[in-house]
Ligand binder design. Sequence first.
Ligand code: SF4
Length: 414
Amino acid sequence: MRYAPALSALTIMDGELQPLSRLPEDWERALARHGGPRYRARQVFRWIWARGVTDPDRMSDLPKTLRSALAGSVPALAPPATVVHTHRSLDGSKKLVLGLADGAEIETVLLPVARGTETLDADAAAADDDGDDEDGASADARADARADARPGPTRRVTQCVSTQVGCAMACTFCASGLAGLRRHLDASEIAGQVLLGRAACGPDEVLRSVVFMGMGEPLHNYAGTARAIRLLSHPEGLAIPLRRITVSTSGLVPEIAELGRDFGGAVGLAVSLHQADDAKRSALMPVNRRYGLAELARALAAYPLPPRRRITIEYTLLAGENDAPEDARALLRFLRPLRAKVNLIPMNRITGSTLGPPDPARVLAFQRLVTDAGIGCFVRRRRGDDVAAACGQLALDPTRSAPRRASARRARDA
Ligand code: SF4
């Protein structure tokens, strides 16, 4: 099959879609217009997403004419980001600082845990919406247990990815929120973080789960997030099961419904709640002024969770702000209609905020109030805070965040 000249550098473009954002069916459409067989589309997709190869010259089972067309395509078939720095934490987590084509930088974090210890690890609780919820007796959990018994990599990695450069939501305790929104990432830039993350895994590590909890509000960039999920979970590519993908939101109600509809509830859902009193939550998280707690609870109750799965409620404990017994009781009232578990996250200190974590006794007292009510409640072990990779610490370099105040103000006014 000859592709040139019909499949020229320009005609291989498929509208505005970046080549790395294309699913096999998008590649099929792009190639079919020029008489290319369907299986070529799957081959290209597999090279990129199963093998991590973006250099057409290395796609050895493609005809030379197709390789040349891909190499000359505009926009280019190039890695969506490059690793600028790797920060290694003493606890084994790694933060990758990634440079994008336009010069913006984002961060992604790899969190390894030893096989078989995930449910004991509190970080896993954030990432642990992988089918072994409830009592761990689900079919998925049994399959995982069988996999654990086989020889293989000894550490499973959860990767936390970013969805925006900065964030417009302006949560007062979050470094990304302080920086403001610069732009959305496209699907290739979101899913591409996982290609780079997989390449950065050690020989004893396997990338197992992905959480959309890095810089940005994933549901504010719904189109990019949804397409990235499709890229990551496609069986011809990385094939990460939907149950091992978790999206975290500050509470964008219409998009929670959209996520539920688009993926049938199979994608794990986490909510950054942090306060269960409307007035106090609005002060911490401006998004609450638009979607109050009652509306949020209705959206969560309607999320089509599979049997045995739970929504993860993330609750960053801030000394003197939301760590009192009455705050725990408000949280319990919010949780009453929901199938949910709670992750307590003692705040990681960030530059530019006077907020800080409560002392450990207060954290334990809060946890006890929630667990005594029969709700699963875990205290997330700190990971990566020596390299500012911990929750709420992912941020733009403030010296490159000129628009931050304006966009934070826009979000507050929205
Ligand atoms: S907590 Fe999440 S939604 Fe809020 S500012 Fe930070 S990144 Fe954005």
